[in-house]
Write a protein that binds this ligand. Structure first.
Ligand code: GLU
Length: 510
């Protein structure tokens, strides 16, 4: 019988769910689903100083938005709970007892000051900071007496051997020198297990078959293997997935683009498009397809096809910032952030494809929520929802995000064209500009274009006829038809308005 596949996502609740974490969750979810297995969510809150219930809530909300719903987890329950590490302390302590009884672990009474001294000394000598084993051979009775007296202590694992080998499904075989690890702490002086220790106990207890996580955790894996070996537990399969970098090729950090996934929801990305985009960060299917809804991803995903090289998250144009380190999305206003968005990102391309292809019934609740951000549009939806929904259906092919719909609708529903500024008035008032607008209007009247391509062609013809080019060609047409010097792609706007309304607008101005 083949082994049941069980994967897990194990976030520490000390912040938002960023793109890197969300991708790890997605890969674990997809790998389990592609093989008829189970995906578990485990909250790793043993760092009491940094974990907060608010952060846990934000992470769970983010995962819910993405539709990465666990088979077992803190909200769902399951046979291997509790699914929060802070509620599993008695489980870890059972394992610790066994390790101490077998003399594979021991109490260490080093104070903070002593540890700091060791660290400083190693730094001075330029050697790795390896624990010197000063409590490794303390007689058991003496240790007991000191514990009884109330002295603070941690528990360290005895590390023997020269080498630990990690067999990784993505990174291949990676060797680590265990002499550089030394006896390390598995239970902290506050009684909480360290990250490495809790992970091993939980992965075993929860019957996890595959550990899929970011390559940043690869250096923790030898410690985890040493713990597995000491406890005599079988190893899971490991898959350490590539790093995500920004457009500046630097590691994606919180400061540079690794912002909360909820930011993408609030900007009008559909979760399906976001998942599709994340799936392509470091993985590609055999048939090289790019547009893959969740149902398809759940069939196709295989960690064996993940690439070792870093994948690029091209959403923010980090190079726009004079100093990339200054780029702090969390401190920027929505308007400022929008200016940094790379319009040509694959995420926008995918989002547009999902916006235009899902059913209106599915899209409308979200779509109308975004439109209603504008009070005028909210009132129109109240008054005549069917009409607005119908227009939306025609407009949606031009939207990269649901948020893009607001300016589109405001432009479309304008009753009267008013020229926005003196500058625009001057631009459209010249003889040349008037000729361009007249030529364009005449062709619209006679050719009755209906598609963006046909309108584009007519603009070109108007240019040929009048000798106007570039800005001299499209600016008069833009101002005469919208009153503004900036805005939507004209051919798209014209196709939605239809030739009669375009003409009516041009006549108003001329
Ligand atoms: N709790 C760890 C983190 O948030 C992940 C642990 C793991 O995947 O092994 O980075």
């Amino acid at each position: 019988m083949s082994k049941v596949i069980r994967t897990r996502f194990a976030p520490s609740p000390s912040g938002f769910l960023h793109v890197g974490g969300a991708r790890t969750a997605l890969f674990n979810y997809l790998y389990a689903k592609a093989r008829g297995g189970q995906y578990v969510l485990r909250v790793e809150d043993t760092d009491q100083g940094r974990s907060t219930p608010e952060s846990e809530r934000i992470i769970l909300d983010s995962l819910n938005w993405l539709g990465i719903i666990p088979d077992e987890g803190p909200d769902e329950g399951g046979d291997f709970g509790p699914y929060r590490q802070s509620e599993r302390l008695d489980i870890y302590s059972k394992y610790t007892q066994t390790l101490i009884e077998k003399n594979l672990a021991y109490p260490c009474f080093c104070t903070e000051a002593e540890l700091e001294q060791m660290h400083e000394a190693a730094k001075r000598l330029g050697v790795p900071n390896i624990y010197d084993g000063r409590y490794a051979n303390l007689p058991k009775e003496e240790a007991q007496a000191r514990i009884k007296k109330g002295e603070k202590y941690s528990i360290r694992l005895r590390v023997a051997g020269d080498e630990v080998v990690v067999q990784d499904l993505v990174q291949g075989k990676v060797k680590f020198d265990s002499r550089l690890i030394g006896d390390f702490i598995i239970v902290k002086s506050d009684g909480f297990p360290t990250y490495n220790y809790a992970v091993v106990v939980d992965d075993f207890e929860m019957k996890i078959s595959h550990v899929i996580r970011g390559v940043g955790h690869l250096s923790n894996t030898p410690r985890q293997i040493l713990i597995h070996n000491a406890l005599g537990l079988p190893l899971p399969e490991y898959a350490h997935i590539s790093e995500i970098v920004g457009t500046d090729k630097k590691k994606l950090s919180k400061r540079r683009g690794a912002t909360s996934v909820l930011f993408f929801r609030d900007m009008g990305y559909l979760s399906e498009a976001f998942n599709n985009y994340m799936a392509l960060l470091g993985w590609y299917p055999e048939d090289a397809a790019e547009f893959m809804p969740m149902t398809e991803l759940k069939r196709k995903f295989d960690v064996a096809r993940c690439s070792k090289s870093p994948s690029m998250f091209d959403f923010f144009l980090n190079e726009n910032s004079t100093d990339a380190e200054d780029f702090k999305p969390e401190d920027m206003s929505e308007a400022e952030l929008k200016k940094m968005v790379n319009k040509k990102t694959k995420l926008n391309w995918l989002n547009n494809k999902y916006i235009r292809s899902i059913s209106m019934a599915e899209l409308w609740p979200e779509a109308s929520r975004f439109l209603s951000k504008d009070k005028g549009l909210a009132a129109l939806i109240q008054k005549d929802p069917k009409r607005i929904e119908e227009i939306y259906d025609r407009v949606r092919m031009y939207l990269d995000t649901l948020d893009d719909a607001v300016p589109f609708f405001l432009e479309l529903l304008k009753e009267k064209i008013q020229i926005e500024s003196k500058e625009a008035e001057d631009l459209v008032g010249t003889e040349e500009a008037k000729n361009v607008v007249a030529a364009f209007a005449e062709m619209v009247r006679t050719q009755k274009p209906s598609t963006p391509e046909a309108f584009s062609e007519i603009m070109k013809q108007a240019g040929l006829k009048t000798g106007a080019k570039g800005k001299g060609l499209f600016m008069p047409i833009r101002i005469a038809s919208t009153g503004s010097m900036h805005g939507l792609e004209l051919p798209n706007l014209f196709a939605i308005l239809g030739h009669e309304r375009v003409l009516a607008r041009l006549v108003q101005i001329s």
